[in-house]
Design a protein around this ligand. Structure first.
Ligand SMILES: Nc1nc2c(ncn2[C@@H]2O[C@H](COP(=O)(O)OP(=O)(O)OP(=O)(O)O)[C@@H](O)[C@H]2O)c(=O)[nH]1
Ligand SMILES: [Mg+2]
Length: 643
């Protein structure tokens, strides 16, 4: 059967760290005949954990794609990292999936990240099949875990079979009988993501794995090449970029083709930008990456030649690819990176820029004034990854300053400012008046007009909006203002004018740049008058410790500014729920094993932002200070009282 005719399925394997995703991927490749023998995470020879650091540490850091055939279906499988520091990698993978396999350990059961992932999958409406793994391991309790799945993850989860000999090497999966009518119903509820089948097995012994593959390929929706709505023919290619690699073959873009066929030498518009030529094209096919002339809809392509493509970009006609992004919480921490050798500073800048480009885990903030570069982080493990990649791939050694929280600013009250055209100290050929107003948490940015839309050319409104977006990124104290409404109250410009016989004279006519710059100035002034409060990220934590260690644990929590809100006893353990500042999480985490004989289990996730006490934390600006543009006037403006 030709590749284009086969049904295709793009599946993600997601789970809490160590649940067995990479081992399961390996086992699946073996069962599908791609591998002669399954590799092992512990020996460091799996297909998908191919980075040196992944092999050393036995954890997945980057998502990786494999492909295999199972009966009439070609399956693309994306093995994702489970560690919460690498959640951004999962987020990107989710944009290209037809469905997900959520792995839960039969020993540890439902864990913190399992919940986060299930919620994200549900928000996206993706079908989910659960695989309760490690039934062979001592302590495996499939019934208890099924109970946790139905109570904590979804009441719509139901078992497709059961386990015999749980907790032993001989543990086996015994599927229930399913009649044809039942199968029909099952299929439609699973595809509609209203019910979630649960299977059991072991990635190591292989129990339940072929049954899992059968369930996936019979119950889940499969992508057939989508004909274009207009002509009924396959139409131009469209799809989504979800990964950028910079390996030996240069910059390779991984993209899922959603409709049409992507061909070698095609010129394709990436994210609405200028057309980029496909100069190299490879396809994930039965465990290998093979050079091809064409990648049909449904499959994953490795493209070279798309130099400007970034992760998350869509390609093809605008609007052709529905894009869904899971939107996990943004990173709440950051750290400044320093090159050990002075001669590496410039190289480190470009290396980090290159890494940020291929890797959404690395979000950079350059402070050219201080000649510093900061990276945002989900957690401390990311520092290790960045350091290892810089050392291995670029030969650059770096150190990190202490991790700090990424705060936000909240607008206190409405504040307004206006700069009239042709009136000092306004240095720009533009007139802008803005009022900024608070909005509730999570509302985002709103823009409204109290002037006529026809009062200025559209390009100037666009420039004003750009100026607003830039200013809200750095608030009054250098932090982003996530929620605010900005109302434009005044506008004015000098139309294109020319001296007799001369052409356009920039000195007499307003430009979009005038509006961008003046907007930054006016909104900065309005924000100072409105007043903002700096708020820091706070995590909610759950900590289970042996009861007899409770008092020393409480003392330690206190030292790290963690506040327990509830304590309950569960057998011989105490379970504490409380709040801890994001930048203190790592400190607590490190101390817990020592205080609890290694038995304490600490999990946490971003909960909310709380006002900081004392003088507001100031963050250095990555953009030029808008007030600096006009000399002395800046001091007068800044000394105005807030409010
Ligand atoms: N006994 C047993 N051990 C397993 C099974 N699956 C995985 N393991 C072990 O569990 C550990 C973690 O397995 P991985 O496959 O790396 O887990 P993962 O979910 O890919 O981990 P991350 O990608 O780092 O989140 C390894 O030591 C595996 O050998 C299983 O079914 N049975
Ligand atoms: Mg893994």
């Amino acid at each position: 059967m030709r590749a284009g005719r086969r049904k295709t399925l793009c599946l993600g394997i997601v789970a809490h760290v160590d649940a067995g995703k990479t081992s399961l991927t390996e086992r699946v490749l073996f069962e599908a005949g791609v591998l002669d023998h399954p590799g092992s995470v512990d020996a460091g020879d799996t297909q998908t954990d191919s980075m040196a650091l992944e092999r050393q540490r036995g954890i997945t850091i980057r998502s990786a794609v494999v492909s295999f055939d199972w009966r009439a279906t070609t399956v693309n499988l994306i093995d994702t990292p489970g560690h919460s520091d690498f959640i951004a990698e999962v987020e990107r993978a989710l944009t290209v999936l037809d469905a997900a396999v959520l792995v839960v350990s039969a020993v540890e059961g439902v864990q913190a990240q399992t919940l986060v992932l299930m919620r994200a999958l549900q928000r996206l409406g993706l079908p989910v099949v659960l695989f309760v793994n490690k039934v062979d391991r001592a302590g495996a309790d499939p019934d208890r875990v099924l109970g946790e799945v139905t109570t904590r993850l979804s009441p719509e989860a139901f078992a497709l079979g059961q386990v015999s000999g749980a907790g032993t090497r001989g543990a086996a999966y015994l599927p229930f009988e399913v009649g044809t009518t039942e199968l029909g119903e099952l299929r439609s509820t699973v595809r509609g993501a209203t019910a979630h089948p649960v299977l059991f097995g072991s990635a190591i012994t292989g129990a339940g794995v072929t049954e899992l593959l059968d369930a996936l390929t019979t119950l889940l929706p499969v992508a057939a090449p989508v004909p274009s709505a207009v002509s009924g023919t396959p139409g131009p290619p469209s799809g989504t970029v979800f990964k950028v690699d910079r390996g030996e073959g240069g910059r390779t873009v991984l993209a899922r083709v959603r409709s049409g066929s992507l061909r070698l030498r095609d010129r394709v518009e990436v994210d609405g930008r200028a057309a980029e030529k496909v100069t190299g094209l490879r396809l994930f096919d039965r465990g290998r990456l093979v050079s091809v002339d064409e990648v049909p809809a449904g499959r994953i392509a490795a493209v070279t030649g798309w130099s400007s493509a970034r992760i998350g970009d869509r390609f093809g006609p605008v609007g052709a690819t529905p894009g869904a992004v899971a939107q996990f919480a943004r990173p709440t921490l950051e750290t400044v990176v320093d090159a050990v050798r002075l001669s590496d500073v410039v190289g480190m800048y470009s290396a980090l820029t290159e890494l940020a480009d291929q890797d959404p885990l690395i979000d950079l903030r350059r402070d050219d004034g201080r000649r510093e570069i900061a990276v945002s982080l989900y957690g401390e493990v990311q520092k290790e990854v960045i350091a290892a990649v810089l050392a291995e791939e670029y030969g650059i050694e770096v150190t990190f300053r202490p991790t700090t929280s990424i705060c936000v600013e909240r607008v206190v009250a409405p504040g307004a400012a206006v700069q009239l055209i042709g009136t000092a100290p306004n240095p720009f050929l533009a007139q802008v008046g803005l009022r900024v107003e608070p909005l509730p948490v999570g509302a985002g940015h709103e823009f409204a007009l109290e002037i006529e839309l026809g009062s200025m050319p559209p390009a100037f409104f666009t420039a004003v909006r750009e100026g607003i977006a830039a200013t809200l990124e750095e608030g009054v104290h250098g932090w982003a203002v996530p929620d605010a409404r900005v109302v434009m109250t005044h506008s004015g410009y000098y139309p294109r004018q020319s001296h007799a016989h001369a052409t356009f004279d920039k000195a007499m006519s307003s430009t979009a740049q005038d509006f961008r710059s003046l907007t930054r100035l006016v909104l900065a002034e309005a924000l100072v008058r409105a007043g903002t409060v700096v708020c820091a990220p706070v995590h909610r934590f759950e900590l289970e410790v042996p009861e007899d260690t409770l008092s020393s644990v409480l003392g330690e929590l206190n030292r790290h500014r963690a506040v327990p809100l509830e304590t309950t006893l569960r057998g011989r353990s105490a379970v504490l729920v409380g709040e801890v500042p994001a930048d203190a999480v790592h400190g607590v985490q490190q101390r817990i094993p020592h205080l609890t004989r290694g038995e304490g289990v600490f999990t946490s996730g971003l909960d909310h932002y709380a006002p900081t006490t004392g003088a507001p934390a100031e963050r250095s600006r990555a953009q030029p200070d808008p007030f600096a543009q006009i000399g002395d006037w800046s001091r007068i403006q800044r000394s105005w009282p807030a409010g």
